[in-house]
Design a protein around this ligand. Structure first.
Ligand code: 6PG
Length: 237
């Protein structure tokens, strides 16, 4: 596990973009790079910086964007992870339409989990029977969740389904979630955690315990795990 602590969230975001570009550059030019993006609010700054400062050096035709999870809402809803990515990144870059594979939050949850899993399995190479993305970009909640795998729904960490329906414990909102097994099969599992409210979950991930879903996938990852964080989350002066 490699931890990159930066002075600010913006510096952590820039370092992460540069790391992603480094991973892409190492792939043969004719090989697509499959990246699964998380939502929430943390990645928005990274997506804006990517569009504004790194668009020209990003080989978008080689990159395929998927989602780690999506709220079961239409893409026009303010809660939509795809919508947040569209507003901060996709609307500002020239990525081929076929390279953006969104989860359709407007569909019936279980049907969409099955549809999206089938789509992923047709596009992403498998390892031990699970889709193995080149990069899975994760956030984590202060309750220890990641993707939309919440405490109390740990069965989603070991299910054979690659995508499943999770439920937000406070709002009851249903979500389509990448499950634990494909997450731990990522070639590069990368957390982006910034701000002081991430300090407890960051500590659990670094501690390599199984305190919650985020810590569990960090602990059980089969390839490289990296954390991009800032001093506020790392509780460093
Ligand atoms: C989501 C995300 C989720 C997110 C965490 C952190 O759909 O909400 O995929 O896993 O990464 O909830 O969210 P914040 O970045 O808003 O703190």
């Amino acid at each position: 596990m490699i931890i990159h602590i930066h002075d600010t969230a913006a510096k952590a975001a820039r370092a992460l973009i540069e790391r992603i570009l480094q991973v892409v550059a190492k792939q043969p030019a004719d090989q697509k790079v499959n990246i699964a993006l998380s939502g929430g609010s943390t990645p928005a700054l990274m997506f804006r910086l990517w569009a504004e400062q790194y668009d020209a050096q990003t080989p978008w035709e080689q990159i395929r964007l998927f989602w780690v999870d999506e709220r079961c809402v239409p893409p026009t809803d303010k809660e939509s992870n795809y919508g947040m990515t569209r507003d901060n990144l996709l609307s500002k870059i020239n990525i081929p339409e076929e390279n953006v594979v969104r989860i359709k939050g407007e569909n019936t949850p279980e049907e969409e989990a099955r549809r999206y899993e089938a789509k992923i399995r047709s596009m992403v190479p498998e390892e031990e029977g699970f889709p193995a993305f080149d990069i899975v970009l994760l956030g984590a909640g202060d309750d220890g969740h990641t993707s939309s795998i919440f405490p109390g729904q740990e069965h989603l960490l070991t299910t054979n389904k690659a995508y499943a329906v999770g439920t937000h414990p406070k709002t009851g909102q249903q979500r389509i979630a990448l499950t634990g097994m494909p997450i731990i099969h990522a070639q590069h599992l990368i957390f982006l955690l910034t701000g002081k409210n991430k300090a407890p979950v960051l500590a659990d991930i670094i501690d390599q315990n199984d305190a919650g879903p985020a810590a569990y996938v960090g602990h059980h990852a089969l390839h490289t795990v990296e954390i991009y964080t800032d001093k506020a989350a790392a509780q460093q002066a």
